[in-house]
Ligand binder design. Structure first.
Ligand code: NAP
Length: 248
């Protein structure tokens, strides 16, 4: 039996955990950060929840649990865990794969303004509109907190910490997938003038981009941060092929 650790937190990770769990000769351990109140936990197999304690903690874990293979299927903006995974796998000497869904590409009718990070996105906003739909999660909110003259509809899964600086506006706790109809209604109801999004890719969060296109709204699109070097695939099938090749 080989032991596979899958670092999760995405829809693709949940699918991969399910599919890999059905492969013979493989024990799958799913790892989640434990940030969401209703995590997508696999129906069978082993699940661990919470941080490892940095690179050193992950190295200890990989050795203690005798992990043979590692798939990093975390979110494209979860840079710290991907960096830790790359460093720990190299120290322990096990194969590591990154699963990253393709990023969204600009379509005819889109009006995207690229930003390299949250601060860059915040700097663009005053010239674009007063009512902003901010869909970047809770962690980047402080980067927008100084924009007191604007109003923000801030959608996220878990609320920010009570003492975290946040911009003026309304917090909306919700989790995808979202539909085009609902996103258009939300943008219209709140008289949104600008959308801010990370380039997360995938289908579950794309309806807001489509809705902004339909309504002719500008989108401040935060580009993906760089990834560690290493083998990478863009879908679950590619991951299963990699697992099969490395299981031998
Ligand atoms: P991050 O900044 O890269 O990671 C922060 C710390 O959280 C890591 O150092 C690690 O703690 C722990 N961690 C992260 N993912 C983990 C996992 N799968 N299993 C065990 N520990 C994990 O990550 P983040 O941006 O806070 O995201 C947290 C989780 O939410 C990730 O699993 C990611 O896939 C998911 N997610 C993130 C975003 C986003 O926009 N960032 C969006 C959707 C989902 P230790 O150092 O203690 O090991």
């Amino acid at each position: 039996m080989k032991r596979l650790l899958i670092l999760g937190g995405t829809g693709d990770a949940a699918n991969l955990i399910e599919r890999a769990g059905q492969l013979p000769g493989l024990t799958v351990i799913a790892s989640l950060a434990g940030r969401t109140p209703k995590p997508n936990i696999p129906r069978s197999g082993l699940v661990r929840i919470g941080g490892f304690g940095g690179v050193a903690g992950l190295i200890d874990y990989l050795r203690r649990e005798q992990v043979d293979l590692l798939v990093d299927a975390t979110h494209p903006f979860a840079t710290q865990i991907s960096d830790h995974a790359a460093r720990a796998a190299a120290v322990v000497g096990i194969p590591r794969l990154m699963l990253r869904r393709p990023q969204w590409e600009v379509q005819p009718g889109d009006h995207w303004l690229p930003a390299t990070d949250s601060s860059g996105a915040a700097a663009l906003l005053p010239g674009l509109g007063r009512r902003i739909f901010l869909t970047v999660g809770r962690q980047p909110l402080p980067a927008f907190a100084h924009l007191q003259q604007l109003w923000f509809l801030m959608r996220m899964i878990t609320p920010p910490a009570g003492d975290a600086p946040t911009p003026p506006g309304q917090i909306l706790l919700d989790q995808g997938p979202f539909t085009l109809t609902n996103e258009q209604a939300l943008l219209t109801e709140h008289r949104i003038e600008v959308l801010v999004s990370k380039n997360s890719g995938g289908g579950a969060a794309y309806a807001k981009i489509h809705a902004a296109r339909e309504l002719g709204l500008p989108v401040v699109m935060i580009s993906r941060p760089p990834l560690p070097t290493g083998e990478m695939v863009s879908d679950v099938e590619g991951s299963l092929n990699w697992i099969a090749r490395n299981q031998l």
